[in-house]
Write a protein that binds this ligand. Sequence first.
Ligand SMILES: Nc1ncnc2c1ncn2[C@@H]1O[C@H](COP(=O)(O)OP(=O)(O)OP(=O)(O)O)[C@@H](O)[C@H]1O
Ligand SMILES: [Mg+2]
Length: 350
Amino acid sequence: MTTVAQTSETSQPSAGGVGASAGSAGAAAPPMLWAEGLTKSYMRTRALNGLSLHVPRGSIYGFVGPNGAGKTTTMRILATLLAPDGGEAYVDGRPLTSNPGGVRSKLGYMPDFFGVYDNLTVSEYLDFYAAAYGVPKAEACRTIPELLELVDLAHKRHDFVEGLSRGMKQRLGLARCLVHNPEVLLLDEPASGMDPRARYEMREIVKELQRLGKTVLVSSHILLELAEMCSHIGIVQGGRLLREGPVNTILQSLRGARAVRIGVMGDERSREAAATVLARQPGVGEVQVVGDDLEAAFTGDDGGTAALLRALVEADIPVLRFAPAANSLEEIFMQLTEADGADGTGGASV
Ligand SMILES: Nc1ncnc2c1ncn2[C@@H]1O[C@H](COP(=O)(O)OP(=O)(O)OP(=O)(O)O)[C@@H](O)[C@H]1O
Ligand SMILES: [Mg+2]
């Protein structure tokens, strides 16, 4: 897998107005992908309303938002397939809208829906795209078998593409956007329609691409799925970016009141004893019984969370489980996108 790795030393930012302070995603280096103030309307629908984002070099950046938030529109603009009405984006310091041809070779785009040609085998399909990207024949002959290994389709290379399952077609689509060895990948819901195992495998492939030096922007509706694989997250709603940054920082800043779930050994009495100890700790709000566990609303930081656990142990409570409440991520997402005053869709009328 050496040839699909980013081998070039030329990916240093060429400034072009993208200063080190431009990124708000916490990276010291200038972002690999940067957009500022993107606007786009389709007839009377405003899809993007001044959207900005900063994707650090080498990150997996999860782009999350409800239906109609503007994710696909943003990704199509970043892929140079759609011109914005206003704003600008940069890839590795190079402006995207004023010179799309100059950045295309750096970008690999996997759309949310794509067709496959009939009467082509899997290998021929990738050969065709390699030729379209101007990849020399010898290089394509070396790279394509490696890509097929990466997406686990080597055994299907002589099969016709229309006969592949949906999940296989998705993986072929991913291989297709890698044929020219781009530095930046734009993956629009790459795991949609896949079963849980295939989704897991897609996540592993994306992480492998990051290890190979790629920068990945990946969209999804599923916050938990993105949190599992991403280093950074941007939350989009109504054509604007609401928050972005490293996953942990974002989650922490959103969790004004995080919920901690605690499982204790024993019966009702043990739970009551634990609830009494918890209720005395600073920052603890309501304590509820959820299934066999307790769930405590909590406004403390990481240090406070550690102190909660210590207090339970020091009070001889037999703690079995102690973790953030699993559903709090989705709740945060719902709260945040509802708070923006929208009905879950973007696309305000202009
Ligand atoms: N070709 C189009 N013509 C008219 N309106 C469009 C078009 N494409 C998108 N829109 C509108 O722009 C807004 C943003 O759509 P977009 O597809 O970018 O959202 P999304 O976040 O990708 O949604 P989803 O999660 O459903 O894929 C929506 O209101 C949508 O209806
Ligand atoms: Mg979309």
